[in-house]
Design a protein around this ligand. Sequence first.
Ligand code: GDP
Length: 207
Amino acid sequence: MPAPKRPTPASPAYPRTTFLTGAVAPRQFPPDSGIEVAFAGRSNAGKSSAINALCNRKGLARTSKTPGRTQMINFFELDPGLRLVDLPGYGYAKVPEAQRRQWRRLVESYLSGRGSLAGVVLVMDIRHPLTPFDQQLIDWCRCRETPILPLLTKADKLSHGVAVQASRQVAKALGEGSPVCFSALRHTGVEALRAALDAWWSHGDGD
Ligand code: GDP
């Protein structure tokens, strides 16, 4: 008799997502078990809006916007052992150099040492993708062989044809991960994002 097929885990219950903890140093990270998907992006790229749309929860990622929390890595729990991780936004021109260094140390230590990290959603404004800061993040992910999913936000700002063209250019430049065109405003791309993430949620299944 053939062995029973291992059931594929269902999509997590996004609307039940809760804030778990914020960390300014690696020792404050929650235990490194289960599966994590991290969201990274330039400040103002639309990362909070994307997380809120994904989870269908308006105020969820606002947590990371409260003063003092902006340089934190924020952890959210979807289901036991499944976490979304909101990495602090980068590339904000007014940030002093010392704070930039702190950001670099924190984010690099997270990306380099996190065993439960299944992939990084790289949030980019579809009109300004692949900035030098995005490139740095891509380089870190490549070093650790962490998969990247480009999420092209604010797609409502472009016509469909131009958005498709921009998405193709990003796919070509990156050479991996099919970009998801997304609009938090129109709530488009949410299902495509969830479908792409499902592959990552099953990443550690049975480990
Ligand atoms: P974050 O700094 O990356 O977390 O960016 P936010 O989610 O706070 O968004 C930055 C700005 O872009 C806000 O004014 C949002 O209302 C706007 N924004 C975010 N997503 C979209 C979108 O899909 N379409 C449009 N038109 N504006 C958006």
